[in-house]
Design a protein around this ligand. Structure first.
Ligand code: APR
Length: 254
């Protein structure tokens, strides 16, 4: 039983929902210990702006530096665990039709037991060749913070440099993931938006699309965002507190 109070209107909406989308961003992973881009960076990374490392230009300029940063993030994600909010989403999905659409490049939803319909910004665990696009096996990143650049591995097919399987600023989203996300969003009657600042497009347009197609959109975020004023329900709480409380409240006397 979770004693965190939940707005009864929200509980009614969630109980009545037949098709749910959980749309998550970096704040979803924060309580697992994965820092968001906007959090202070440490060590070698303190001197770089992460939004500038996550670009094709940075890769062209210094692929070793960019590879080292992603190897560090991959290792960090591998060492942390999903939290109660991730588990609550998986639990909810076992009882209703629920699609997880995420901007996150970690695998915490999956490790909590959810199928992810769309990783809009790719994955840390699917590196690929920057030249021919062939998939390259992930090595799980590094255990200690790199003190300098790390040479990216070479593609087994063509010898090109292997790049992180994530979407960088200025790059297009994977078309299939976007199509699946839009299909889920257009047919949902409830969208729960968790831990995103809703400023990075086109992902930020999905909650607006949901609202326009008649879904109730609920935001779970300790802070107000650009989205907050467009939707009817905002809940100023965190992912690891709000989601388990909501899913417990829906379950009633389970
Ligand atoms: N629970 C819920 N929300 C939280 C929590 C928490 N514990 N902690 C922080 N937040 C919220 C913040 O208030 C903020 O609104 O999570 C949001 C994180 O915002 P961003 O760092 O901008 O993350 P996101 O919206 O996912 O960014 C979109 O930009 O950083 C790039 O490609 C990256 O996919 C990412 C995209």
């Amino acid at each position: 039983m979770n004693s965190h109070p939940v707005d009864p209107v929200l509980v009614d909406v969630a109980r009545a929902a037949r098709r749910v989308v959980v749309f998550s961003g970096a704040g979803m992973s924060a309580e697992s210990g994965v820092p968001t881009f906007r959090d202070a960076q440490t060590g070698l990374w303190a001197q770089f702006d992460p939004t500038e490392l996550a670009t094709p230009e940075a890769w062209d300029r210094d692929s070793g530096l960019v590879w080292a940063w992603y190897q560090w993030r991959t290792g960090l994600v591998r060492r942390v665990q999903p939290h109660a909010g991730h588990r609550a989403v998986a639990d909810w999905a076992s009882r209703t039709q629920l699609s997880v659409v995420t901007q996150n490049v970690d695998d915490l939803h999956e490790r909590a037991g959810s199928d992810v319909v769309a990783h809009l910004h790719g994955s840390l665990f699917s590196p690929r060749c920057s030249r021919c696009g062939a998939a390259h096996p992930t090595d799980g990143g590094v255990d200690t913070e790199p003190t300098g650049p790390l040479a990216p591995p070479s593609c087994e097919s063509c010898g090109g440099a292997v790049r992180p399987g994530v979407v960088w600023f200025g790059e297009a989203l994977p078309e299939d993931a976007w199509t699946r996300a839009v299909a889920a969003v257009e047919t949902c009657d409830l969208m729960v938006v968790v831990g995103t600042s809703a400023v990075v497009h086109p992902a930020a347009e999905l909650p607006i699309l949901a609202a326009r197609t008649g879904a109730t959109v609920v935001e779970i975020n300790p802070e107000a965002t650009d989205l907050s004023r467009h939707i009817s329900h905002t809940w100023r709480t965190t992912a690891a507190t709000g989601l388990p409380a909501l899913v417990d409240a829906i379950g009633g006397d389970r």
